[in-house]
Design a protein around this ligand. Structure first.
Ligand SMILES: Nc1ncnc2c1ncn2[C@@H]1O[C@H](COP(=O)(O)OP(=O)(O)OP(=O)(O)O)[C@@H](O)[C@H]1O
Ligand SMILES: C[C@@](O)(CCOP(=O)(O)OP(=O)(O)O)CC(=O)O
Length: 432
């Protein structure tokens, strides 16, 4: 369906404009950690991520511009947030407005299209909702700022491509620049002090490797203790391992990872992903005072994935090879990348060692959107026996839920029916 990027809302005496978008999260396989300029959000190293399907995790954002609004306002998950209290939000909105103003000036000079409205002068109302926990290490800032920037670009009809838009998303939150594309996305660190060469670009579209799936093991959806922003700033100042990571390790890994993705080489993709997650958490530990994002449950997951990768074929005795990779962001939640055919076995193992809380219905623990547990076929694995002694069985509820998703597309326009604002431009859903 072709959805228009913005709509006109005509009242008796005024016309308003509105755009709604949905936007994805992304989970890095080569991690961004460290800034060389914290105002412009310029990173110390390049990074690479997979954009995850919006069918499971997404941000929805509606923005309306109206000559009748008195001030810019934003509601996040139904709660009003002060835009002026956030430099990052203000910077993104100002940048988009400035570009809109340039567009209006150019049209005025050409004396063309004089009916174009002075949207840059109008105030905006923004309503945004994440369908997953905010600020819990599940990349809400990435999908949130990507949605904001895409909705502003659509509203203002900015003639910019996704790479140009990624530079605006970047000043909201670094990892957000990668959510401006679907598929496999690199954020090139760049060297320009003004950040003109620090942008995201698509390395391969989502259609390139459709069998690459992800399981997100939600260990905690509480707000994390040390924010990424402050954590990485302390790492840059204090970690002695960090210079080695950014000067030597990451540049080599970026090349190898792009190659692995190009060749759909899961073995290399997985080893690089796990090693990079481990090194990111090592520089966190080498930060002074140290930062701990992973916990005992996260470490249990790591052991289990290694045990899974060391399994041998029960009849031939041959190693089955690397079939899963873990990665952890700034929190204890695990993201497991694996090819589709191994997801069923992985879910069975995780459900055995990290069972749901006794009162929790199976459908909320693992909703199974792809129906992997519904198939009759038995993989013949006795989980208890095959993995005995590797990790203890954790208390029920240690993993709260498992989200099954796959690599997906970038931000998309949403039809007017999903608008989060009512007729008078106020949010439809407000939290008390
Ligand atoms: N939908 C949204 N629209 C605008 N801003 C958002 C949205 N969702 C989140 N944010 C901003 O991002 C902040 C959360 O970012 P933070 O980096 O702390 O957590 P996270 O992105 O969930 O975790 P991580 O980056 O470690 O994966 C929120 O406090 C809010 O300021
Ligand atoms: C661990 C990470 O998820 C760090 C994400 O950091 P943010 O993008 O949230 O940080 P700011 O730029 O300060 O907003 C790794 C990654 O996504 O690459």
């Amino acid at each position: 369906m072709d959805i228009s990027k913005r709509i006109q809302i005509k009242h008796s005496n005024i016309t308003e404009y509105e755009s709604s978008v949905t936007s994805p999260v992304n989970i890095a396989v080569i991690k961004y950690w460290g800034k060389r300029n914290s105002e412009l959000i310029l990173p110390t190293n390049s990074s690479l991520s997979c954009t995850l399907s919006q069918d499971h995790l997404n941000t929805k954002t509606t923005i309306r511009a109206s000559p009748k609004f008195n001030t810019d306002r934003l509601w996040l998950n139904g709660v009003e947030e002060k835009i002026s209290a956030s430099t990052r939000l203000t910077n993104c909105i100002n940048k988009a407005r400035e570009l809109r103003k340039q567009l209006e000036n150019a049209l005025e000079d050409q004396e063309e299209n004089t009916s174009e409205k002075p949207l840059s002068k109008w105030k905006i109302h923004i309503a945004s909702e994440n369908n997953f926990p905010t600020a819990a290490g599940l990349a809400s800032s990435a999908s949130g700022y990507a949605a904001l920037v895409q909705a502003l670009a659509n509203l203002y009809e900015l003639p910019l491509n996704q790479t140009e838009l990624s530079k605006i998303a970047r000043i909201g939150s670094g990892s957000a620049c990668r959510s401006m594309f679907g598929g496999f996305v690199a954020w090139r660190a760049g060297v320009d002090p003004n950040g003109e060469d620090s942008y995201a670009e698509c390395v391969a579209p989502e259609s390139h490797w459709p069998d690459l799936h992800a399981l997100i093991l939600v260990v905690s959806d509480a707000k994390k203790g040390t924010s990424s922003t402050s954590g990485m700033s302390t790492t840059v100042k204090t970690s002695e391992l960090f210079p080695m990571r950014i000067e030597k390790v990451v540049p080599e890994r970026m090349k190898k990872m792009e190659e692995a993705i190009k060749n759909r080489d899961f073995n290399s993709f997985a080893i690089l992903t796990m090693k990079d997650s481990n090194q990111f958490h090592s520089v966190c530990l080498d930060t002074y005072p140290p930062i701990f994002y992973m916990n005992d449950i996260s470490r249990g997951i790591v052991h289990l994935v290694h045990a899974f990768n060391e399994q041998k074929d029960s009849t031939t005795g041959k190693p089955l090879g690397i079939r899963a990779a873990y990665t952890f962001d700034a929190g204890p939640n695990a993201v497991i990348y694996a090819e589709k055919q191994h997801i069923r076995e992985l879910v069975r193992i995780f459900m055995h060692f990290f069972p749901p809380a006794t009162t929790q219905p199976a459908s909320t623990y693992f909703p199974d959107p792809f129906g992997v547990l519904q198939s009759e076929s038995d993989d013949g694995i006795n989980v208890e026996k095959a993995y005995k002694g590797i990790v203890p069985r954790f208390d029920p509820g240690s993993v709260r839920r498992i989200i099954h998703t796959c690599v997906g597309e970038g931000p998309r326009s949403a039809p007017p029916s999903v608008s989060l604002l009512n007729e008078s431009g106020m949010p439809k859903r407000v939290k008390d």
